[in-house]
Design a protein around this ligand. Structure first.
Ligand SMILES: [Zn+2]
Length: 420
């Protein structure tokens, strides 16, 4: 629906003849520029800088405030935003009005600013939210080499690749399962500040087609206002186990794309999934659990076994080393880093050998049915459907166009065999 509306608006604008021909509307008749010339404008100067390492508030504001005033500001800052939290590298600006200090604006983070303003005898200090103009945009891409490349190719930032991989981390192994021809689309918010793009807001809906299987996720807030992602049926995308024990972000493109899928070749003799990865790549536990075994054997090298609920356990072998604080009995939460890829024990090169067991017997992690987190409450399904429906239509339209395009090609293979 959204795309349709946007599309029509664009079409209308482009083709509309009255844009040039018709006289300006009444409210446009008096340009605001005329009013501007009446009051004398104070000369406003903005000094934009970044906090340098080791710079204190005295270094930043010493030219405009006495040591006594800075001391007072320092005291007052504790309740607003303690000056000790000012970080090197963060931008700030100092505004000078007619040669006098007007204000100091420090960027606390992407969401807030600290403002110190002199007004006659008074100095005001407050934290204010940064106001963004938010626009929604549908982004679409095709995997040719890696997710990063695909995202960059359509002019988007790598941050978006990570956001997408995070949304689908329970369904797709972005290291081993990604294939050339996989596609993604997402409705994302883009935040603009003073006309400049200033990063992404929320990802409202996303789709990933991996090896022809369609995964979709729609952002929805539960009764407590906590946001989560749910599929079209309202099932939570979060599951008891992540698909991959390594983050794809640390593995360069091509490093894994060219490798054979090890499961089919070696599963019987070697019931494990091997992830070739650069030494030192962080290894994450795929689920919440407790360390059952940790140590070294000649075959396994440095290894950890983690006990999960329902009789499952996971093993991570050949590590270069363990993350700090790992020991037997330690409780872990899903995604927590437990160690680093290495080639200790009987390993020909740096890789992670990942194994899963159910009641002590090897199981193929790609074949098990993993329980999901809480679905959308029945009482809120109608609301959820209202949120998701426009995105479903939008995503479906894309595939309808693809199908149409493919039908024109004689030897075209339907892309969406398994799309239902
Ligand atoms: Zn192995």
């Amino acid at each position: 629906m959204l795309l349709a509306v946007a599309g029509f608006a664009l079409f209308h604008d482009v083709s509309s003849p009255e844009l040039e021909a018709s006289p300006a509307p009444v409210e446009m008749a008096a340009p605001p520029l005329v009013a501007k010339s009446i009051p004398p404008q104070p000369e406003l100067k903005e000094l934009k800088r970044e906090v340098q390492s080791g710079e204190t508030i005295t270094a930043l504001l010493g030219d405009y405030f006495s040591p006594q005033e800075i001391h007072e500001l320092n005291q007052r800052s504790r309740k607003v935003f303690p000056f000790t939290k000012i970080c090197a590298g963060q931008p700030y600006k100092i505004c000078i009005s007619d040669g006098d200090f007007d204000s100091f604006v420090y960027e606390i983070d992407d969401n807030e600013q600290l403002i110190i303003r002199k007004k006659e005898d008074e100095t005001l200090m407050k934290r204010v939210p940064i106001v963004y103009d938010v626009e929604r945009e549908l982004v679409q891409g095709v995997i040719k080499t890696s997710l990063f490349d695909a995202v960059n190719e359509i002019g988007e930032d790598s941050v978006l690749a990570i956001a997408l991989a995070d949304i689908f981390a329970w369904d797709i192994d972005f290291i081993l399962d990604l294939r050339v021809g996989d596609t993604f689309q997402a409705m994302v918010e883009k935040r603009y500040r003073e006309g400049q793009l200033a990063g992404y807001g929320r990802v409202l809906a996303a789709e990933f087609v991996n090896q022809k299987k369609v995964y979709r996720a729609f952002r929805f807030e539960d009764a407590d206002g906590r946001a989560g992602y749910y599929d079209e049926e309202g099932r939570n995308v979060r599951k008891a186990f992540l698909k991959a024990p390594l983050s794809f972000t640390r593995i360069s493109s091509g490093f894994t794309m060219k490798r054979f899928h090890p499961i089919t070749k070696t599963w019987k003799a070697h019931p494990a999934i091997d992830y070739a990865a650069p030494p030192g790549t962080p290894i994450k536990t795929v689920g919440d659990g407790t360390i059952k075994r940790i140590g070294y054997t000649r075959g396994n090298g440095n290894f950890i076994e983690i006990r999960h609920s329902n009789g499952y356990s996971t093993l991570y072998l050949h590590m270069k080393g363990f993350a700090r604080g790992m020991k037997r009995g330690k409780k872990l939460s899903q995604g927590q880093v437990i160690g680093y890829v290495g080639s200790t024990g009987l390993a020909t090169g740096p890789h992670l050998c990942f194994r899963m067991r159910l009641n002590g017997k090897p199981v193929n992690p790609t074949k098990i049915k993993v329980p999901s987190s809480k679905s959308v409450a029945k009482s809120r399904m109608q609301e959820f459907n209202e949120v998701a429906a426009p995105f479903v239509v939008l995503f479906d339209e894309t595939h309808a166009r693809e199908m149409h395009a493919n039908a024109q090609i004689a030897d075209g293979v339907p892309v969406l065999e398994s799309a239902q």
